[in-house]
Write a protein that binds this ligand. Structure first.
Ligand code: FES
Length: 287
């Protein structure tokens, strides 16, 4: 009985440790208390497993010896077998094994409470393991496929001002964000003005995602002479006049281009979101 109580105590420790861990995590995640409570839960579970292995599981070993069946002259070995084709010694071994199995089964069924407590402790411990997954960040949602750019949004500079078509000279470059979402990392966009003869759309304005399609660095350098954007991290180069095509470097797909227009009021506006996900990603496309 003392053995059962010891195992029960260990399982209770596991549950208490798991609850303390979850509470500590919910209250702000003090690492000291989280570590101690998790150690308590783990130690309780280990103790319970060890006790279970030594005290609950049947330890009896049954050896099934194969023996030579002696057949005296005049009698065949078949004469010493019963109707089932087994010898009397085989039957004794089978009986012994059956008794051992019955004893083990009885031991297990006798400990229904322990079994339930074990399941409960495992459940508590499992919850304690799952709860910290919240720290991995917000749910991905559809942010992997879309940014905050929407049709009609003005292009806003980092200082909060909105970009007018008349603000930028040819070869000017400016980083812009969707109206009202300054600093949004996914939506950051580099706006460039090239000679309108080279890009007749939106009076020579072209806008590309600033998130490099290789590893996500900001594509911050513009080579005005070559009309190329370059990522400083690993030197991927993108062609501004050819839909962000990769010219060189490790990036394997083009920079997404933001559709823009010059509104009737002279402000540059998006006409929609990027046509494809920005940055690197698991959706790797063949384009
Ligand atoms: S992150 Fe841009 S080239 Fe590697």
């Amino acid at each position: 009985m003392i053995k059962d109580r010891t195992i029960l105590f260990c399982l209770l420790l596991t549950m208490v440790g798991a609850v303390l861990f979850v509470v500590s995590y919910a209250l702000g995640g003090d690492r000291l208390y989280e570590g101690l409570s998790l150690a308590l839960a783990a130690a309780g579970l280990c103790g319970a497993f060890v006790g279970w292995a030594f005290w609950i599981l049947p330890a009896e070993q049954v050896v099934d010896e194969r023996s030579f069946v002696y057949a005296p002259s005049g009698r065949s070995a078949q004469d010493d077998t019963n109707a089932s084709g087994r010898s009397a010694q085989d039957d004794r071994h089978i009986d012994a094994a059956g008794r051992a199995a019955d004893a083990g089964t009885a031991s297990i069924t006798r400990n229904t409470l322990l079994t339930r407590m074990l399941y409960a402790a495992l459940g508590f411990f499992g919850i304690a393991m799952v709860v910290p997954l919240r720290s991995l960040g917000p749910a991905l949602g559809d942010s992997a496929w879309h940014t905050k750019w929407r049709k009609g949004m003005r292009l806003q500079r980092e200082d909060g001002s909105f970009v007018r078509a008349s603000d930028l000279n040819v070869n000017s470059v400016v980083t812009v964000f969707p109206e009202g979402d300054l600093g949004d990392a996914q939506a950051q966009t580099v706006l460039i003005r090239v000679p309108s003869l080279l890009s007749p759309t939106a009076e020579g304005f072209v806008a590309y995602s600033k998130v490099c399609t290789h590893a996500g660095c900001p594509v911050a350098l513009y080579r005005a002479a070559a009309k190329q954007l370059m990522c400083p991290c690993h030197q991927s180069v993108f062609d501004v006049l050819d839909n962000g095509r990769v010219v060189s470097g490790p990036a394997d797909h083009a920079l997404p281009r933001l559709p823009i227009e010059v509104g009737a009021d002279g402000y540059l506006r998006a006409t929609g979101d990027f046509p494809s996900p920005v940055g690197p990603g698991f959706w790797e496309r063949s384009s």
